[in-house]
Design a protein around this ligand. Sequence first.
Ligand SMILES: [Zn+2]
Length: 403
Amino acid sequence: MLPFYALERYEGNEALFNLVMMSIVSTYAGEPLHVHAEGLRGTGKTTIMRSARGILPFIERIKGCIYNCDPYDPHCPNHRYLSQEEIEAIGTESIPMPFLEISHSAKVGTVAGSIDLARLTDPNHPEAHMLPGLIPQAHRGILFIDEINRLADTSPEITDILLDVMGNKPGHLQIEEAGLPAVEITVNVSVWAASNPDEDPGPLEEIRRQLSDRFDMVCYMGRPHSVDILAHMLAENSYQKKSRFYRQRKVVPIDESKNDVYRQQIVRWAEQYAKTEMPEYLRNFIARLYIKHNLESIRAIEALQQGAILRSLIKNRDKVQISDVTETIPLVLRHRVDGDTLVRIINDLDTRGGKEGILSFKSRKEKKKEEEPEYFPHDARSLKDLSRSELISTEKNLTPTDY
Ligand SMILES: [Zn+2]
């Protein structure tokens, strides 16, 4: 598989690159962001998601803890009652943020947990113990599910588990095994899913609407219309390009320094995430959107707030802007409202002209002038009003002392 940095970005896949990055930042900060990529095969959605594994930052856990206990917030049955001194005695270790994958043929035991047969049949110390499954082992990381629509169709039990895990942030998981007390555990995991709604059994929202609503954002990688994008996809997916990459890799190993650049950026953005507040006027705007368009899902507007903040971070801005909200709207609503409603909401934003819409809300409320956001300065002059000397820096005014 190509490393994340070597994947090419073009118009049709940029949104998914952004979502993947936003979810990693949020997960690292401790708040999951569940992302679903829908689209035709060949659009590279699973490639982008799987290769993101290579740029995941490192997390600190209690040494050897398979549940990835945070040394400052232990949650697993083995460590949650230990004192800070006892944890220090065990020690800590740094591991890559987990990235685990559930296949659509997975069994409940593998996903949630099962009885540890090795320990049960140990001739010296036969003990009944729980072996955590993929979900508890993905704590503080990513859980990837390709073809989630097929999983939802064929495995209602695993779907129910996912509904619990994705129901709150952090989520819950109950591990049950006959003859053993049930283990209740916290899991903070971002679920990433991919599916092709045009193939059997159809779109996820038609199979399990509840599960579809659990995804904060859905990115639809549509049928490409541009010749450039199609030609590009053909080149990317060609046997020649792939084999050339594998031949080269034997000589040139994966450049970890390029992955490190991503890692450092993720850690920095996650630190900022904890400090970035949604401006009040944008929060009110989201609340109005909910009431005006009669949206049913509170999750949708929570995701809109979370997504807009994360988007402002990965765009390297220190403040959330109206565009961060409006650009996020289709991603949080497309799978939750019908097409007509989405078009109405977007048209509404367009006719109001985005900024004006917000500002007119404010003027109606007669807010004080100093509370107005400073993103739209009123003292700007248009280009045609500027003189040539203000527009063009000549050599003379750059180095006046030389003349
Ligand atoms: Zn632990």
